[in-house]
Design a protein around this ligand. Structure first.
Ligand code: ADP
Ligand code: CA
Length: 500
């Protein structure tokens, strides 16, 4: 009996020692794994060409590599401004559109380590300038897209395609960019958990391009026109957004529309007085340059070489009146929920970022991101009344192509925001005129890349490393506890054996 108990004790002892050893190995392995998690992370890169109607820019982004890719950690590394005009301006020389991109591609290549280049996705998205060109000449727009594709393919990146975005995408991706950068969808908390930010606010997006303009927001009620609704599932939550893109209502096409109205009103008698241009400013254009867009098409014959001169009269009241004539505020199939031209829009809701030409115009006028409405109105009025010589001498460094239009574009912006979108004295303060959020430019490019590279999952990620911190702590605690218990049992067994 005694012999048998002793044998049993040895057996139990061996078993406990084995468990102890296994626990010790597990502990060492877990600690080692934790150490590797603390090692500096490698980065992955991605880039997007924003081929706008007036200008192309390349945005390079980076984020920590490996498993950390679905976190709120994508940041902007560089922006490269392509020399020359937008790609749609190369209608007569498509290969030149491709060539224009090489300097920026070289810059991006220099910024990415050799080993990472092949894994770097590159996208090119063209917007309203190419939408307009496609309407005029689809073959020509295809040629330009082919040429930019050819150029990018020469580089050692992972080219993901060049395409023309539809207005809905342009609006929705701008909205995703803003709310991603604000961490409005999800936030990585201090305790290492993914949380939906409590009371975290979702911002709307107001984008003013050269050829189109977009408004995107989460409405307070249901969307009555399904063609304007976009459903998104991001990090386990559903978002129903309203988005609308207005082709021909970007800043530059709107400026052309004003010129056409004036020409029609004045019956071509020269010069044509322009109330939105400063006194003393004269602009002479060939009719061919005026009627060259689907937004300003002329019915009937005309001589494209004929010249027309617009002469500034610097009259802000008349300018506002003129601006209103390019909107139709009377037709509406969803009364009273229309912006203009019969387009449905629910009442604006929440805060908004107004970027691109909205920002440039307000920034030029020296207005703060949230300048009060009366200050905005008086600033615009006094600026429009300045004569051209004063405007030029006060702003020697500003390009004339921008300077000539700030009065007109400010009045255009105010009419669009107040009369069309229906921002009032109360909701005006919900608009922030901004260029950047969290050190990244506001625009559709980041949202586009996040979506196409699956960097924003539909469902909530478990945690940063795949193992929650509490689970990891519980594991360590359990192993240490088993080790301690094994030690106690061994000591008890040894003491028992000695007694025998
Ligand atoms: N410094 C500036 N001052 C005023 N306007 C600017 C400035 N820089 C860019 N813009 C305007 O911003 C707009 C950018 O539009 P863009 O992205 O090229 O066109 P789209 O988005 O319609 O394809 C254009 O109207 C351009 O004139
Ligand atoms: Ca744009």
């Amino acid at each position: 009996m005694e012999k048998f108990t002793l044998k049993q004790n040895h057996l139990v002892g061996a078993l406990v020692a084995a468990i102890g050893c296994t626990s010790l190995i597990a502990l060492i392995l877990m600690l080692a794994r934790n150490n590797t998690m603390e090692l500096p992370l490698s980065f992955q890169y991605g880039m997007v060409f924003d081929a706008g109607s007036t200008h192309t820019s390349l945005y390079l982004y980076k984020w920590p590599g490996a498993k950390e890719n679905n976190t709120g950690l994508v940041s902007q590394v560089l922006v490269c401004d392509v020399e020359g005009p937008g790609i749609s301006s190369y209608a007569n020389d498509p290969p030149a559109a491709g060539k224009s991109l090489t300097a920026c591609l070289d810059d991006a290549k220099a910024a990415i380590s050799f080993g990472e280049q092949r894994d770097t996705p590159v996208y090119l998205g063209a917007t309203a300038g190419m939408r307009l060109l496609r309407l005029q000449d689809a073959t020509n727009s295809d040629q330009i897209m082919e040429e930019v594709t050819k150029t990018i393919k020469v580089y050692p990146f992972d080219f993901q395609g060049a395409r023309i975005l539809i207005g809905t995408e342009e609006g929705a991706y701008g909205w995703i960019t803003i709310n991603y950068l604000l961490e409005g969808f999800i936030k990585y908390s201090f305790e290492g958990k993914w949380l939906k930010p409590k009371g975290g606010e979702i911002f709307g997006a107001l984008d003013m391009g050269g050829s189109s303009t977009q408004i995107t927001f989460t409405p307070g009620g249901p969307v009555k026109d399904p063609t304007t609704a976009v459903r998104l599932r991001l990090y386990g939550s559903n978002y129903n957004i309203y988005t609308q893109s207005y082709l021909c209502y970007g800043k530059d096409q709107a400026m052309k529309q004003l010129q056409i109205r004036l020409l029609k009103m004045t019956n071509m008698s020269q010069p044509v007085y322009h109330p939105c241009y400063h006194q003393g400013y004269n602009l002479t254009l060939a009719l061919g340059d005026l009627y060259n867009s689907p937004c300003t098409e002329k019915t009937g014959a005309f001589d494209p070489t004929n010249l027309v001169t617009f002469s500034g009269s610097g009259d802000p009241g008349q300018c506002l009146k003129l601006v209103k004539t390019i909107f139709n505020f009377s037709d509406c199939s969803f009364p009273p929920d229309c912006s203009f031209n019969g387009v449905y829009q629910p009442p604006v809701n929440g805060n908004f970022f107004a970027f691109s030409a909205y920002y440039y115009t307000f920034d030029f006028l020296g207005l703060a991101p949230q300048a009060p409405l009366p200050q905005v109105l008086s600033t615009i009025e006094s600026f429009c009344k300045k004569n051209w010589t004063t405007v030029k001498t006060e702003n020697p460094k500003i390009k004339e192509k921008y300077l000539q239009d700030y009065c007109a574009s400010a009045n255009y912006i105010m009419t669009l925001l107040q009369e069309a979108y229906k921002f009032n004295e109360k909701t005006w303060s919900n608009i922030y005129f901004k260029k950047k959020v969290a050190d990244a430019d506001i625009g559709w490019t980041l949202g586009y890349m996040l979506n196409l590279s699956s960097l924003i999952p539909s469902e909530k990620p478990l945690s940063l490393t795949g193992v929650k911190r509490e689970q990891w702590a519980a594991g360590i605690f359990f192993i240490v506890f088993v080790l301690f218990l094994s030690l106690v049992i061994l000591v008890v067994l040894c003491a028992g054996n000695l007694n025998h």
